[in-house]
Design a protein around this ligand. Structure first.
Ligand SMILES: [Zn+2]
Ligand SMILES: [Zn+2]
Length: 272
């Protein structure tokens, strides 16, 4: 069985998952994952009111408690890491130090799902081309702000709003042909700050392709980007580790020779 790593995986510590921690970890292990980082949502914003969401302050501690409870019950050859998907921090940059500073965390995904103007990307109408262009414009503006905030290790799922558009039969058009300058600026910012990107394989499950797309992965590589993690973004055991092997093959085809793993926020590299 190939050695797999999964650096994007949720349990019921995330408010959009009901998967018990032990069940989720064992499903990943049974699917061949031998290094797993749990990255539960640390949401700083209420999804509907966009107000501050106080439970975010408890996530890192819940992660530590689950790790300490279940680690002794798990297979010895599973390397387990404690991570977090720290979301929407551009709404509350004053919390950067508090929420990203827990010393036991191995890894932080920096993520972004909600516009200040219109709310969550998954609730938008992508069928109006002008509005779709505006959403992309906001998306690129805000992920650049995330990159500039510098609180995380790897930027999560670049371009993932393509999924919601595709559900409505629309292609968002986040392409280098149309947005190459801004995407290049984003990737250069990440590289300069010592941050990485992930290949998020969740889109491979439903035919949307990886997030980011292959052409963006290739651009990141050609700009000298080396830090890349691989993640299934599974929220339930039935899809644990799905398409990670395909994601690895895509990375190889895009010129990557290593995938990145983290211990206490320090990257190291595994040949693929
Ligand atoms: Zn996310
Ligand atoms: Zn996620």
């Amino acid at each position: 069985m190939a050695f797999l790593t999964d650096y994007h995986c949720h349990t019921n510590i995330s408010r959009d998952s009901t998967a018990p921690y032990y069940d989720m970890v064992m499903a990943e292990y049974d699917a061949g994952v031998r290094q797993l980082c749990i990255t539960d949502h640390c949401d700083t914003v209420d999804w509907h009111t966009l107000a501050f969401y106080p439970p975010c302050r408890d996530v890192a501690r819940q992660e530590l408690e689950a790790y300490e409870k279940y680690r002794p019950l798990l297979p010895a050859d599973l390397e387990l890491r404690m991570g977090m998907e720290l979301a929407e921090l551009i709404f509350h940059p004053e919390l950067t130090e508090e929420l990203s500073g827990y010393p036991w965390l191995d890894f932080i995904l920096g993520s972004y799902h909600i516009t200040k103007e219109y709310g969550d990307y998954h609730e938008q109408d992508y069928t109006d081309p002008a509005f779709c262009r505006e959403l992309l414009d906001i998306y690129l503006r805000d992920v650049q702000q995330v990159a500039d905030l510098n609180y995380f290790d790897v930027m999560a799922h670049i371009g993932y709003i393509r999924r919601y558009a595709s559900y409505q039969g629309v292609d968002t058009g986040l392409t280098l042909a149309e947005h190459g300058d801004r995407i290049e600026h984003l990737l250069k910012t990440l590289i300069r700050n010592g941050k990485g990107i992930e290949i998020n394989c969740s889109g491979l499950r439903d035919g949307c392709g990886p997030f980011p797309s292959e052409e963006i992965l290739r651009l990141y590589r050609s700009l000298g980007g080396e830090i890349v993690t691989i993640g299934s973004d599974a929220h339930r055991p039935a899809v644990a580790a799905k398409c990670l092997d395909q994601g690895q093959e895509i990375l190889k085809a895009c010129g990557f020779r290593y995938i990145t793993v983290f211990t206490k926020r320090k990257p190291s590299f595994i040949p693929i």
